[in-house]
Design a protein around this ligand. Structure first.
Ligand code: CO
Length: 289
């Protein structure tokens, strides 16, 4: 009889704890993806973003995908045109409010520079928000680990090997930064030159600049230079600083130096193999939410 009472007691304890567990389980998890880029005011350049979105939706068919731009200036320009785009913190706040609990944020930056570091601070701040986001994690930019540099150099070499020969070089225009991560540009040129010494990578706002590249082109007796942006989109820098007709564009400067110049106005995100590198970073983060 005593044993029976003990059994009943244990049984009721068990049911209590099961009820308790199921009450907690009512908080459902809801995963989301947030893609973050610097942004662009060029509608033509946004084909690159459309390509990324399509590929992300193919890889994550049941997950909602949102966008945010980090550039305040670009968001302001677009707002005047009636196009409201969120900043990363606005997008995350809205997602938390709408019931997303686990969010994979993917950086669409090229290098882990200032933009990426700022985004990391924002994403970290949105972890364990009361009644909001539980977990938010950030995926690495395009170039992060050795394997990213290897994959990127192999893709570019496969894509552009035909363009280069003993007289023609391919010069990529990277953005460049005052941040320590600028070393990724000369670093990545090393990976490129393992493929061919006809690949060069300069920057608009960092090191090396065009003036450091020109003597190298001359030393190799290059006649023709093909220019293309080493940036997510072919936006303002590509259209003006690289391919523009102004006196200070790379095209004009190189032509004045006697080179024949051709421009490829295509952002890196327009190439599926490049987008796949970002998507692999996103998958790693998503699987560990
Ligand atoms: Co810029």
């Amino acid at each position: 009889m005593r044993l029976f009472i003990v059994k009943i007691f244990i049984l009721s304890l068990l049911t209590m704890s099961i009820q308790e567990v199921s009450a907690h389980k009512k908080i459902e998890t809801n995963n989301g993806i947030l893609l973050v880029t610097f942004g662009t005011s060029y509608p033509e350049a946004r084909v690159a973003f459309a390509n990324i979105e399509k590929k992300v939706k193919d890889a994550f068919p049941d997950v909602e995908v949102r966008w945010a731009y980090t550039s305040k200036i670009i968001r302001r320009i677009l707002k005047k045109r009636g196009n409201n785009i969120d900043s990363p913190s606005e997008a995350l706040a809205k997602m938390g409010e709408e019931g997303f609990t686990h969010i994979a944020v993917q950086s669409l930056h090229v290098i882990p520079g200032e933009e990426f570091e700022n985004l990391k601070l924002t994403v970290n701040a949105f972890n364990k928000m009361p009644k909001g986001i539980q977990i938010a994690k950030l995926g690495n930019p395009l170039l992060f680990l050795d394997e990213d540099n290897q994959a990127m150099a192999s893709f570019l070499d496969g894509k552009f090997a035909d363009i280069t020969n003993s007289k023609s070089a391919l010069l990529f225009m990277g953005h460049g930064t005052h941040h320590a991560a600028n070393i990724y540009y000369p670093g990545f040129q090393y990976y490129l030159q393992q493929k061919s010494d006809k690949y060069f990578l300069g920057t608009v706002e960092g090191y090396p600049m065009l003036e450091q590249i020109i003597p190298q082109l001359k030393a190799q007796k290059i006649k023709k230079v093909v220019l293309t942006p080493f940036m997510t989109v072919a936006g303002d820098h590509a259209r003006n600083d690289m391919a523009g007709d102004e006196d200070d564009s790379w095209k004009t400067i190189l032509e004045k130096e006697g080179f024949e110049v051709e421009c490829i106005l295509k952002g890196m995100a327009e190439y599926d193999d490049v987008v796949n590198i970002w998507i692999n970073h996103l998958k790693k983060v998503y699987e560990n939410l």
